[in-house]
Design a protein around this ligand. Sequence first.
Ligand code: CTP
Length: 405
Amino acid sequence: MAPPLDLQGRHIVLGLSGGIACYKAADLARELVKAGATVQVVMSDAAAQFITPLTMQALTNRPVFASQWDARPANAMAHIELSREADAILVAPASADFIAQLAQGRAGELLPLLCLARPIERCPLLVAPAMNREMWAHPATQRNVAQIAADGAVVLGPGSGEQACGETGDGRMLEPEQLRDALIAFFQPKWLAGSSVLITAGPTFEAIDPVRGITNLSSGKMGFAIARAAAEAGAEVTLVAGPVHLPTPQGVRRIDVTSAQQMFDAVLPAARRHRVFVATAAVADWRPAQFNGQKIKKDGKKVAPSFELTENPDILAAVAQLPAAERPWCVGFAAESHELARHAREKLQRKGVPLVVGNLGPATFGRDDNQLLLVDAAGERELPAADKLTLARALVREIAQRMNP
Ligand code: CTP
């Protein structure tokens, strides 16, 4: 199932001010178009020194605007027309000079003029700073950034790392995919604003010896999608992840663990500080009772080694048994192969949680889509087959509604 076109129907004005990061704006324009947006590029004179309007026109399929004297709009007022159509203005890269112009309400060029003339309550402004680290750290820039944020602009980044000038530090423009995802997140409803969510995801790995262990086929994709959806919905998110190869969703704090015991040790103290706990991890129920410090060798033996297993702590049940004042609102997952509703309801009672989300394990492990059955005291509700991010967003909404009916 194809991932959602998250910017379908959105019209974005993409502003470029002068900076070497303009080379990344071409990729950004493409990412926005691929996500379904229509993109109108507006460039400052300085930006045109770094990348040609022709490149941006070809990528967005629309002529670029660069001058406030452009006579193309019927009323010859590009600065008014462009922002009236836009669902958002995203300026990437935003140079130190552009941010200073914004902070002062200057209007000497089309791009700052357009931002000044936008209907502030209807057309949000997002800016992605990009500059040398000394310029970023300068008190004048910091003052200007604080001012534009106070005036309602959303400041995205900057990132940190190697810079085009050869120095290393804060001031890099966020990567095109990060900016795309930040814009997508910006448009999501804020169901969990002011809340905090703790999530477990992925498998655990229970070591037998230094090279072997017991694990399972969980990919972690559902838990990572829920982490992203919760962050998009305005929550502060902590993700405790077993061994998986997935990128951390933006704005999410990640704690990597390997075994069930490590996951337990990371989750229990954190649970008290979170409003919601979502246990999607496929935690190994058992671990080898003894860890062999050295690799178990075959050494010509004909008899296979046998292991004693011991039970792992149940993380979800332990969180659900915290005293009421410290206990987050708990959501369990049930991965079943059959009789989903019955098993999910049993789990709801056994673990003492207000919501269990059932899915068919073998049908979903490692895949990009899924189908969920929500089981709680009131009954059952199906979230029909969709990609995991779409389901995660729907689940986040269901959780928010149950917590604050
Ligand atoms: N869980 C947990 N810690 C464990 C085991 C499970 O936090 N040690 C959580 C999972 O993250 C999931 C739910 O509990 O939210 C699954 O319950 P569980 O009892 O593990 O289900 P199964 O192992 O599938 O139970 P059964 O084997 O009886 O089907």
